[in-house]
Design a protein. Sequence first.
Lengths: 245, 130
Amino acid sequence: MEQQYNLLSTENIAKVKNLLASMEAGDLEKSQDYFDELAEMRESELYQEIGKLTRELHDSINTFGLDDRLTDIAEDEIPDARQRLAHVITMTDEAANNTLTAVEESMPLCEQVLNATRSVENEWQRFSNRELNINEFKKLSKELKSYFEINSNSAAKINEHLNKVLMAQGFQDLTSQIIKRVISLVEEVEISMVNIIQLAGSRPNKSNKTGNSEKLDGPVVPGLEQSSTVSGQDEVDDLLSSLGF
Amino acid sequence: MAIDKKMKILIVDDFSTMRRIIKNLLRDLGFTNTEEADDGTTALPMLQTGKFDFLVTDWNMPGMQGIDLLKHVRADDKLASMPVLMVTAEQKREQIVEAAQAGVNGYIVKPFTAQTLKEKLDKIFERIEG
């Protein structure tokens, strides 16, 4: 099925002779035809060679058992991981918002309790010192009743909010599980990529990072080394003060 | 001179949760007059209305980033003297230096505490008055 490419075949020599003859005769149309014929022949040889190489590469990848697995990863698992990570964002967003809402709603309740306490505190002190007359005592007694009401209502509501905060923390468990799965997928892809690179005959070049230097790094993840970063607010302050801040 | 707790503060961050956290922390410190924007592109026209006295901004945001917002503020005659506090997860030395050179008044790295926010605000006001 493969043609042995023989440049010096009598057929080729005849074609070249034809080309030369028509060129010398000044026949442009014929010259063009012969020329195209030769070029075409050369091209088809090239395509066959590329086809052969492609087949060999495909066979080699198959031998390594990577092909199907990589197809699965590319077709299903990467989109799946993307969805999972998007879900992590949704969950953390919900948890943060639920917590913040509960805190925001609790703050005025605490304020209410504080204000109510302050308003009865003085009178209570006077009562303890036996300084209150009967009418003042009646008034205090009324105030205390409302104070107890405010306190128990606020405490019940604050407790409700605290429970919401508690429940919102459930995201941590769920998101870690999802992230762990994505990490193991990334590991698998990494191993496959290294195998393919080795198959292709070149070694992964660790130092050859073509990252955009303008790119922002974002939060420093513990254990991931990032060059020339500060390790916290104290170092930021030191650096700024060294700049005259 | 006491700090004017009624000053209007613009909080710029692309994450609404972070904006809420900063807003609540500021309220706890007595600053109740705050507004929010989700990136520099939204923030700049708000600032240009002249209603704001103080800017708290993140760095890494879609649209216009915090560092560019800072540069725009410093380049605008009407806004140039506005105090700007950067609250960001960016911790590279050259970035902190870049922010300082662009004229930032304070730089806080995330995650941060209420105490850090208070200290940096106090320091900024101290310098403004001093």
